[in-house]
Design a protein around this ligand. Structure first.
Ligand SMILES: [Zn+2]
Ligand SMILES: [Zn+2]
Length: 213
């Protein structure tokens, strides 16, 4: 059984997911804590539940999703993992931060690349990787077939889809990613997006106005 906890961080309102098993082994997806207070909030959460962070995974490397990468990687001696096609965004993260009026930590020195051929394992947590570009190159979704959930980053939201007006965004590619990778999953799978409330595959198939045809 995987427990899923969510902390919402930064002015961007990014969902940081903490997946943990019954032994306290955990994976942190998109650590978006930015201020000192937010970083402490994440640490307090980890310590309160006596969790052992084993992996940091980024659904994609837009600056809002990697704000806490360096801090968390240094704290727990971990190497954040993301898709290699998002490498450009790691390189320009600090500059992007300035554009949004934020001082952003340098990304961690090391990064590990993952793609669809990798199975992510930490303790008793197992996730498949789906490559789902269109919002940003290097976007992945993290899937648990046993637990019937998918962490979707900024690919699919409750009632919306990721924006495609940023660097490497492409509406056609995004819709194709959703239709061929996510909408082939069973309707009862829960979707945990990068921003906003959770939803299900079935509900988005039925109601999402961006995916009607
Ligand atoms: Zn994004
Ligand atoms: Zn985002």
């Amino acid at each position: 059984m995987v427990a899923i906890d969510i902390l919402v961080f930064s002015g961007f309102g990014v969902n940081t997911y903490i997946l943990s098993d019954e032994n306290g082994d955990c994976i942190i997806v998109d650590p978006a804590c930015h201020s000192k207070k937010e970083k402490q909030e994440l640490i307090d959460f980890i310590e309160k539940d006596e969790l052992t962070p084993l992996k940091i995974i980024n659904t994609h490397t837009h600056v809002d999703h990697i704000l806490g990468n360096r801090f968390l990687a240094d704290k727990y001696n971990l190497v954040p993992e993301s898709h290699k096609n998002g490498q450009l965004f790691l390189e320009i993260a600090v500059e992007m931060g300035y554009r949004f009026g934020m001082v952003v930590d340098d990304p961690p020195k090391k990064v590990k690349f993952i793609d669809e051929k990798n199975k992510i394992k930490a303790g008793n947590i197992e996730l498949e990787v789906l490559y789902t570009p269109g919002h940003a190159d290097g976007s992945i979704c993290l899937l648990s077939r046993d637990e019937k959930f998918v962490i979707a980053g900024d690919v699919l939201f409750n009632g919306s889809i990721g924006r495609t007006d940023l660097l490497t965004g492409n509406m056609e590619v995004l819709r194709d990613s959703i239709k061929t990778k996510l909408f082939t999953l069973p309707d009862d799978f829960i979707v945990y997006p990068g921003h906003g409330p959770e939803t299900t595959i079935g509900s988005e198939k039925l109601n999402n106005p961006f995916l009607k045809d």
